[in-house]
Every structure is written in C-alpha cells, then in structure tokens.
Design a protein around this ligand. Structure first.
Ligand SMILES: NC(=O)c1ccc[n+]([C@@H]2O[C@H](COP(=O)([O-])OP(=O)(O)OC[C@H]3O[C@@H](n4cnc5c(N)ncnc54)[C@H](OP(=O)(O)O)[C@@H]3O)[C@@H](O)[C@H]2O)c1
Length: 336
C-alpha cells in the first residue's frame, strides 16, 4: 500500500484524497450499517483519514458519530485526532434565523458525536435570495464560539465567492465538481482561490466510476443500467461534454497513459486533477460495505503526469464543448 500524501487546509493536515460519503445516502445501493462501519476502519488502517459528508447524506453523520465512539472505546484517540470530518449544511430555501442556523449545527454536532465541526461547508440554492449572507454571518459567530473550526462553501460560483469574501467572511474552501470532462473551475474559480488562499476540494474526478476500465470499449449504457445516482449524474455530464464516442477516445488515451505508469485509468483521472496547483484535495466516493478501491486509489501517490501526457489529455478536451458556455460557472447546474 502506498503512503497517503497529506496537505494543509487552514491549520489542518488533511489527506490529499478524501473519502466521500454521498455514496451511503441510499441512492447508490443499499448500505448495511455494520459493514459500512467496518469499511470505515479499513480506510483508517490505510491512512485515509479525511472524510467528506453532509447533513443530508442519509446516515453519514450518524456513521461518523458511531465510528468515533468505537475508536474511543479502542483507546485509539491519537489516531482519531489525526482524522477530519468535513460536513455540509444544505438548508432547503427557508427563512434564515440565528436559531435555525444554531439548531442545524447542534444537530450535526450531536449526530457526529463531537464538540466542534472541523469544516462546515455551506450550500445555498438561490442567489436571488441574499439571506445566504445572513446564514454565513451566523455561522461565523459559531466559529468564534468554537462550535465550528472552519467555514467552507460548496458549489458557489466565483461571483458569489467574491461577494462573500468581500464582506469579510473568512472562507477556507469551496467544494466543486472538477474532472477531465468538467474543467470549469480552472477558468475563473482557480485564479481567485489561489489569490485568496481558498482551497478547492473537488468531486467527480472519476465520474462515478465512468473514468475506469469498466467502461473502456463498452457500448453506451442506457439509463436503466446506471445503478447509482453518481453514474446518472455524470452520464449527463458526459452527454453535455461531448458524448459517448468522444468519451471513448478519452478513455483510450487515459488507458495508454495508465499502462505506461502501471496504474489504473481512475488513477490517471484523479492525478490529473490533484496535480493542479489550485486543488487542495480530491474527494472520491466510497460505497461503504459494498465496494472499495483503497489499494488502487493509494497508487496515485507513486507517479506524476508529465507535460506530454497532460497535452494528450488536453488535445481531447479541446474537441469537447465548453461547459462554461453551456452550463455556467461552478455549481450553476444546481441552480437551473
Ligand atoms: N458538494 C456536492 O454537491 C457534491 C456532489 C457530488 C459529490 N460530492 C462529494 O464527492 C464525493 C464523490 O462523489 P461523486 O459522485 O463525485 O463520485 P466519484 O468519486 O466520481 O465516484 C465514486 C465511485 O467511483 C468508483 N471508483 C472509485 N475509485 C475507483 C477506482 N480506483 N477504480 C474504479 N472505480 C472507482 C466507485 O464505484 P463503485 O462503488 O461502483 O465501485 C465509487 O463508488 C461524494 O461522496 C461527496 O462526498 C459532493
């Protein structure tokens, strides 16, 4: 097993690959709690110690709470202290009051069995309703009170990230979709984040599993064959990006590069995103208790992509549609 490289986000030392928990929400196959918890221990044993979850990912926050309790019972506090659990608050469009914000954070604290949330990532559905600024003001007060260590965002575009930071609200990260087929963050988001020391936590690097040998040389799947919400989400992206034929060209190119490095297509797809200077860490979804790719994903830390390989990937990207023109900036797909 390769050692999992770490990086810094604010004052935290985190893994460069995060374990994503949307996959336990129920929309990606039936999750059995005991098997899922057992798998969480396998990730910990492998040194994959940073987790990404959300208040609305089914039992994800409860799994974290139970995982912590079991770790404490085993008197493994030292290892637990190296772990980080990043949750999200994704309120339905609603009136924002200090009480509602405080209660939501208290609920997450209780479920995750912790006194402070390492990173609370805030999502907002409608920019027309500017009360996201009120919500962030109340969340910032909870940072001062110690209920939240750091405040982040998810799926905010560059324009609204600028408005938020312009109000003096301290944001350490934004979580956005970023993959070989969705390079939108590189256009406006990346320069702004680099300049303002805001980390990008990215999802979608393996497109739900599409960027792997499983789909190389395969016919286009129909929607009934897409068995997870993640595959359904990224099939739509592939369609908008350039379609199945171009996607197969991309997979063939990635397969050639993968063979050279003796790694997998997924490894190349993750590495391509992780090598970008604006990216702090890549989140890879984990279907806990169903299937895991721990050993394979640890291989991303044993090679680098060179300029020639990157140019080959970019030559195929040049054939695709410009998603910034079709969809808009980061997160705009959630607001249409
Ligand atoms: N903020 C947001 O709006 C947002 C949206 C989406 C996701 N996320 C976060 O990002 C995480 C990732 O979700 P995602 O939807 O983007 O999924 P993803 O990471 O693109 O795909 C996860 C799936 O890829 C497959 N996979 C992983 N490693 C592999 C490997 N080495 N080889 C072959 N297949 C591999 C697995 O499929 P199998 O299980 O079938 O093997 C896994 O379930 C989520 O859990 C969540 O934490 C956030």
């Amino acid at each position: 097993m390769n050692k999992i490289a770490t990086t810094r986000l604010a004052d935290m030392e985190i893994c460069q690959i995060l374990n994503g928990m949307w996959q336990v929400s129920g929309a990606h196959g039936q999750i059995e709690a005991e098997s899922a918890l057992k798998d969480m221990f396998s990730y910990a044993d492998a040194g994959m110690l940073t987790w990404d979850l959300a208040d609305h990912y089914g039992p994800a926050e409860d799994f974290v709470g139970e995982f912590r309790r079991r770790f404490r019972q085993l008197q493994k506090e030292a290892l637990l202290a190296q772990m980080h659990f990043f949750t999200k608050w994704v309120p339905q469009p609603t009136l924002i009051t200090k009480k509602i914000v405080a209660e939501s954070v208290e609920r997450s604290l209780r479920r995750m069995d912790t006194e402070t949330i390492d990173l609370l990532q805030f999502h907002w559905w409608e920019y027309e309703d500017s009360s996201y600024l009120k919500a962030l003001e109340y969340l910032s007060e909870l940072v001062v009170e110690g209920k939240i260590k750091h405040l982040g965002l998810t799926n905010f575009d560059t324009e609204h990230l600028k408005i938020i930071t312009g109000q003096g609200i301290n944001i350490v990260s934004n979580q956005v979709q970023y993959s070989i087929i969705d390079m939108r963050p590189s256009i406006k988001m990346a320069p702004f984040c680099i300049e303002n020391n805001i980390g990008l936590l990215t999802y979608g690097a393996v497109c739900g599993g599409f960027l792997s040998e499983s789909y190389l040389g395969k016919r286009e799947p129909n929607r009934f064959e897409l068995t997870t919400a993640s595959l359904r989400k990224y099939k739509q992206m592939i369609d908008v990006w350039g379609g199945w034929e171009l996607f197969q060209m991309l997979l063939r190119e990635l397969a050639d590069i993968a063979v050279k490095h003796r790694v997998s297509i997924a490894n190349i797809a993750i590495k391509y995103i992780l090598q970008r200077p604006e990216v702090t860490a890549v989140i890879v979804g984990a279907r806990l208790g169903i299937r895991q790719h721990i050993a394979d994903n640890s291989r991303i830390f044993r090679f680098q992509l060179d300029d020639e390989e990157i140019a080959k990937i970019e030559a195929i990207q040049a054939e695709s549609r410009n998603l910034m023109n079709v969809i808009g900036d980061c997160g705009d797909e959630y607001r249409k």
